[in-house]
Design a protein around this ligand. Structure first.
Ligand code: 5GP
Length: 113
């Protein structure tokens, strides 16, 4: 069965796409927690970072490099931003398809709640 993000990548569920290449897709979060809230994820479903394997090495490097590019494209380079990967229940993961949140456009609190 396809994950939510696989369905979005396949255009079976609509989303506002910010960036796409052969390996990753970046979309606007449906429930933004900051003025800019994007999600970037590999098109190939890795359930969560804890289940990534050495085979995912290149993919994960690509994901992070593109996260920085997408953040810059969204105008966040000067003000700064936060990248977040929630893993498992205590981490707040709700979609079991690895994704990185890109949050910015306001001063973010630390530590997170
Ligand atoms: P998680 O809680 O797993 O780290 O993040 C999942 C994120 O996906 C949440 O921020 C949530 O708002 C977002 N999300 C859930 N369903 C959809 C959807 O159908 N479309 C979009 N664009 N974002 C979604």
């Amino acid at each position: 069965m396809k994950t939510l993000f696989e369905k979005i990548a396949a255009r079976e569920i609509p989303a506002q796409i910010a960036y796409e290449d052969e390996l990753v897709l970046a979309i606007r979060d449906i429930n933004p927690q900051a003025p800019v809230h994007l999600l970037i994820f590999p098109k190939r479903a890795v359930p969560r970072i804890a289940e990534a394997t050495p085979d995912d090495h290149k993919l994960l490097g690509h994901l992070l490099l593109k996260a920085a590019e997408v953040a810059a494209q969204a105008g966040l380079k000067n003000g700064g931003y936060r990248l977040v990967i929630n893993n498992g229940e205590d981490g707040g993961e709700t979609v079991p398809h690895l994704h990185c949140h890109i949050l910015g456009g306001r001063r973010l609190a630390w530590p997170p709640g």
